[in-house]
Design a protein. Sequence first.
Length: 366
Amino acid sequence: MTLYADPVRTVSVQLGNRSYAIKIAPGLLQKLGNECARLKLGRRCAIITDTNVGRRFARTACRSLAAAGFEPSLITVPAGETAKSLRSVEQCYDQLAAHRLERKSFIVALGGGVVGDLAGFVAATYLRGIPFVQVPTTLLAQVDSSVGGKTGVNLKAGKNLVGAFYQPRLVLCDLDTLKTLPEREFRAGLAEVIKYGIIYDAPLFARLERDLAGLLRRKPALLAAVVARCCEIKAEVVGQDETESGLRAILNFGHTIGHAIENSSGYGKFLHGEAIAIGQVVESRLSAGLTGLSDGDAGRILDLIKRAGLPYAIKLDAGRRKKLFAAMKLDKKVSDGQVKFVLARRIGKVVWGQPVPVPLIDRVLA
Ligand SMILES: NC(=O)c1ccc[n+]([C@@H]2O[C@H](COP(=O)([O-])OP(=O)(O)OC[C@H]3O[C@@H](n4cnc5c(N)ncnc54)[C@H](O)[C@@H]3O)[C@@H](O)[C@H]2O)c1
Ligand SMILES: [Zn+2]
């Protein structure tokens, strides 16, 4: 019997001399060292990870790097959103300096979106920028946060208020790492996957409707296909509009309401993906009223989100709705005091920059 190795899917992000590859396959963590060796980087490097991920995967990552001739050091931050702070940034700088990382040295971000955003920002700013490689280990990070170069940390005043656009040199999505991801985190990642179907790819949406059960069981072949397709979409969008002056805004479908829910309900109550699941349901209702989304399509979106085990509604009295509007106006995406939405015309096609009258939002939320 011949055993065939799983094929590696490669998606390229085309950004001129900052272009890079996203590789998707099981078992990539073991190949981290060899993959980095092809990038012609310095010998010294640092893995930034969190306690949950480090415990499971740091050893494999270190060994692979060392076997390829690198000298890795390990920086572990506490798991959770609080690690995305300027305090952690400073602690990382101190450790990089202690390990004498220099201009050609590089950082490996091993973890979910929190680690990726933090490590990316550290890489963007340490010595005015050193190379970094993303090894995302959550579904959300594999399909979304590790691709596209948005890095940053939170302030007390709000999420992601300090940051930089800084592209990684390589993204390695090891599908095996998803095996240990808690169920709730996995489903939250699916909310972003569903988003790609709505904003860009009706066949992907239909595939999710068909294959949801297998995906929830994390069937490797399905995961590989779906993660790769989402990365392709993100790469296409980012390749056309790196710094969000236009098209990239479509990635925010469900996020205007979603961010406001996260903000006004106190961080921690909903995972990001859960908040944007509700956001997508609300924004598809707004789309039905304003951009011609059919009731049929709005119903399919609601159904898929329900079947994925994601929250799809939120009960808000008038007071909490007021708080939510206040949060919406604080969002970075507001310009001239107008809250702009991404709205759907149909599944697979959205338009951005749509003003929505506050009374309509209020009615839909009530
Ligand atoms: N840069 C971007 O474009 C972008 C896009 C979307 C979201 N984000 C950011 O991403 C963050 C959310 O990312 P997230 O959802 O990956 O959260 P996360 O990084 O906090 O990971 C979720 C939890 O899963 C654990 N974990 C990670 N991988 C694991 C694995 N393989 N097995 C077991 N446990 C594992 C983590 O320790 C953590 O407890 C937010 O801060 C958000 O702002 C950034
Ligand atoms: Zn998101």
